[in-house]
Design a protein around this ligand. Structure first.
Ligand code: HEC
Length: 155
């Protein structure tokens, strides 16, 4: 990391200290694409589990408490991924639906991810409890936390 910082600093004619203080390294073109793939991959993990639980709640597939709980657990685990690493500064691209607003208020973006994490953990807890009404309510809250972020930060 250190040597990469130095290399980038040299290329850009900036001091390594400046970059260190800035605490972010501008993403290079190939790295942007990798970051986009990573974050979209994580989103697809979220979506896979949310859809399976949603379908059960809607009666599209048979409700199975153990299967629901397994999906809730997987979502909760995935919510601990260091997703923010997939959003290096200004990593916009044609392949991405991420909005520039993310890097204008990164703290707020991060706090939306934390809100989602709390919701996902509450969902996993409700699923262990096994009360269908509580599970449905917690699933709805989790869905809201996805939308709260998408509304502001996704195309
Ligand atoms: C902290 C903000 C945030 C949260 C929370 C969040 N997302 Fe996203 N999501 C994004 C952003 C930003 C993108 C666009 C990423 C890109 O294209 O680079 C995205 C993209 C997606 C995509 C499209 C992925 C693709 O292949 O292009 C899906 C599906 C998705 N999110 C589902 C979810 C679900 C389901 C949840 C909740 C369980 C969720 N997201 C929570 C910010 C968030």
């Amino acid at each position: 990391m250190q040597s990469k910082r130095n290399l980038i600093a040299k290329t850009l004619g900036l001091s390594a200290t400046f970059l260190m203080l800035h605490n972010t390294v501008p993403a290079l073109a190939g790295e942007v694409e990798k970051a986009v793939e990573y974050r979209q991959g994580v989103m697809n993990v979220f979506n896979w589990n949310m859809k399976a639980m949603g379908d059960m709640m809607k009666g599209k597939t048979e409700f199975d408490q153990a299967r629901f709980a397994a999906h809730a657990q997987e979502l909760s685990s995935a919510s601990t991924f260091k997703l923010m690493n997939g959003f290096p500064e200004d990593s916009e691209s044609d392949e991405s639906d991420a909005l520039a607003e993310i890097w204008m208020d990164f703290e707020d973006f991060e706090s939306k991810y934390q809100d989602f994490g709390s919701a996902a953990q509450a969902l996993a807890k409700a699923a262990q409890g096994g009360d269908k009404g509580s599970m449905g309510a917690a699933l709805k809250e989790t869905g809201k936390s996805c939308k709260a972020c998408h509304k502001k930060y996704k195309n």
